[in-house]
Ligand binder design. Structure first.
Ligand code: NAD
Length: 378
């Protein structure tokens, strides 16, 4: 069967859905692999490397000839109609926001798998792109902060005096937040964090951070995810966090609620109360923002309340794509492992009796299979 890897078209996207390493894996499964000319260029993979791995380079990729299309970003709404009925598409689909594409996949009879829907169970960890890409994003947030902070992260004891370590506060301690904690610790900062899930205190401590206990009940939604706080509790959380934010040199926010806009954790007043030179990195800037005033893809300078200078708010955009080589290495493995699960004797045949295949399926046979997306479309 014929598997195609397209060059990503969305501005700012530098990842690719297959690397030469995963092309070898797919060829080993008995699949024929076509790579669009230049698909791996932005992530450091030449056409020649794909050819050596066993792929054919094509320009352009003829979508109508494919049995399987692998992609990174959600497909454009006009793409599914160019695939043949019954073709398989695997990639990120953002089903809660990309409803026109979901409709188009359904109407074109494409069997699509959304990596966001892969269940977060042990057996599916090797296919969990949310985790692999959040790891890249969490690491990158800390580097962005470190490059802008007019101070060291680590403690230095020198003949000219002692420099205390920077204080880093992380709000939202899921995969990205925990990675941010680990990265900031490795750079020598003093790190504290808060999250609303009951398990997060232990998780933060296991990464070497200090958990900030607030006088708020835990808000677990099950499955390891958080529940949205009501307006009163959200206001209370902001009030309780305010002194911790004011005391931080670096604030990194990664809080999210699946399928919902990001919770607003930090108001403009809380930012203004920070010390001059402090840096705020909002990883949630693209999905509504955890910080009032953050702008995805931009730095915003906010004057401090004491008039002594500014705080920089960094609105992260395409965070995983800023490190396209390793982000692609992990993403492509996630995709190839999911495809391998559905491939038998060189033929791609999804077994919907398998919970991973069933849960990850977004559309099949002219129907939307994901209940929350069915509701959103109604
Ligand atoms: P996410 O991106 O949905 O959210 C990021 C974090 O924001 C979460 O930890 C969430 O609790 C937190 N958050 C939400 N509202 C908040 C608020 N008001 N204040 C502070 N924090 C808030 O989550 P994620 O990073 O995708 O991870 C979700 C969970 O899935 C975690 O428990 C993680 O351990 C678990 N997980 C399990 C597996 C597995 O078993 N295979 C793999 C990956 C992740």
């Amino acid at each position: 069967m014929r598997v195609g890897i397209a060059r990503e078209r969305r501005t700012g996207e530098r990842r690719v859905a297959a690397t030469p390493e995963t092309v070898r894996q797919l060829v080993g499964l008995g699949l024929e692999v076509l790579v669009e000319h230049g698909a791996g260029e932005a992530s450091g993979h030449s056409d020649a490397a794909y050819e050596q791995a066993g792929a054919a380079i094509v320009d352009p990729l003829g979508l109508g000839d494919l049995d399987v299309l692998l992609h990174v970003r959600p497909l454009a709404p006009e793409t599914p109609a160019r695939l043949r009925r019954g073709a398989v598409a695997i990639g990120l689909a953002s089903p809660s926001t990309e409803l026109p594409t979901v409709r188009a996949l359904r109407d074109a009879g494409v069997t699509s798998f959304a990596l966001e829907l892969v269940p977060r169970i042990s057996r599916a960890q090797s296919m969990d792109a949310l985790t692999s890409q959040a790891l890249v994003a969490g690491y990158r947030c800390v580097l962005e902060a470190a490059m802008r902070l007019p101070r060291f992260f680590p403690l230095y004891m020198t003949a000219a005096g002692t420099i205390p370590p920077a204080k880093v506060l992380v709000l939202g301690a899921g995969v990205a937040g925990l990675q941010a904690i680990g990265t900031a610790k490795r750079l020598g900062a003093r790190v504290s964090a808060n999250d609303v899930r009951a398990a997060s205190a232990d998780e933060v401590q296991s990464m070497g951070g200090t958990f900030i206990h607030l006088d708020l009940d835990a808000a677990d939604a099950g499955g390891g995810y958080a529940k949205e706080l009501g307006a009163d509790r959200a206001a209370r959380q902001r009030q309780l966090l305010a002194p911790h934010v004011a005391d931080a040199d670096v604030l990194i926010t990664t809080a999210a609620i699946p399928g919902r806009p990001a919770p607003m954790l930090v108001t403009a007043d809380m930012v203004r109360a920070m010390r001059p030179g402090s840096v705020v990195v909002d990883l949630a800037a693209e999905s509504g923002g955890n910080v009032e005033g953050s702008v995805a893809g931009s730095d915003v300078a906010v004057p401090t309340a004491d008039g002594g200078g500014t705080v920089t708010i960094v609105g992260m955009k395409d965070a995983a794509s800023t490190m396209p080589t390793d982000a692609s290495r992990l993403y492509a493995k996630n995709v190839a492992n999911l495809l391998a699960l559905m491939t038998h004797d060189g033929s791609v045949e999804p077994d919907f009796g398998d919970v991973v295949v069933m849960d990850a399926c977004l559309t099949h046979d002219g129907e939307v299979r994901h209940p929350a997306t069915v509701e959103a479309l109604a």
